[in-house]
Design a protein around this ligand. Structure first.
Ligand code: 5GP
Length: 207
């Protein structure tokens, strides 16, 4: 009988353009015990994004109503739009024993860390600010003013990096995914992640 593990939240924090969504997809395809937390947002649909898959898209009034009703475990204004994580989804998935990946901004991440939920936080940093700018420009989804805003926000986010557990420099995508895999493996071996160690150790083979 395998030793069971206590589930946790894997929080990926990165300036936008940091390659987070690709990394999330890789982790989800390789580790079946992870589920993705789909956030709510008031920002507009981008490219081929789908409602209920990439985000739950809603207008500001609906968002603020939910926020008021305590639907979110955390919510934040990011680049002038609201984003929030469902409290119910997190509680349900943890109760089922699933680990959850969250792709959220620095402030949301800090709020979750302070909420006392079991988490592991990973900051994904592009190697330099020039690389970040090029990635945002190449993405082609933001106008120049938005890119400038995202660059300024990135500078503010980097200032808070010391609050998080791990730093992965996202130069090469495969290398970054491989670093995250190592984090996941190491986290699985933490004593505090195991359930009922003694009970398992002393169990009778014949029971
Ligand atoms: P984007 O609009 O580029 O998808 O995301 C913009 C920023 O909002 C990213 O840093 C992303 O991680 C963050 N974000 C996405 N969902 C949430 C959420 O539920 N809560 C918070 N606090 N930030 C989020």
């Amino acid at each position: 009988m395998p030793y069971e593990h206590k589930p946790y939240l894997l929080i990926l924090i990165a300036p936008s353009g940091g390659g987070k969504s690709t990394i999330c997809d890789e982790v989800l395809s390789r580790y079946k015990e992870f589920v993705y937390s789909i956030s709510f947002t008031t920002r507009k649909v981008r490219g081929d994004e789908k409602d209920g898959v990439d985000y739950f898209f809603l207008d500001k009034a609906e968002f603020l109503k939910k926020r008021q009703a305590g639907v979110f475990i955390e919510s934040a204004l990011v680049h002038g739009k609201w984003y929030g994580t469902s409290k119910e989804f997190i509680a349900d998935q943890l109760a089922k024993g699933n680990n959850i990946i969250l792709d959220i901004d620095v402030h949301g991440a800090l709020n979750i860390l302070d909420s006392g939920v079991e988490c592991v936080s990973v900051f994904l940093l592009p190697p330099t600010q020039e690389v970040l700018r090029k990635r945002l420009e190449k993405r082609g989804t933001d106008d120049q003013a938005t890119i400038e805003l995202r660059m300024e926000n990135a500078a503010r986010e980097i200032a808070l990096i010391k609050r998080f557990d791990y730093l992965v420099i996202n130069d090469d995508l495969n290398a970054a995914v491989s670093d995250i895999e190592k984090i996941i493996r190491a986290e699985k071996l933490r004593v505090e992640r195991y359930k009922e160690i003694k009970e398992n150790y002393y169990r009778s083979e014949n029971a």
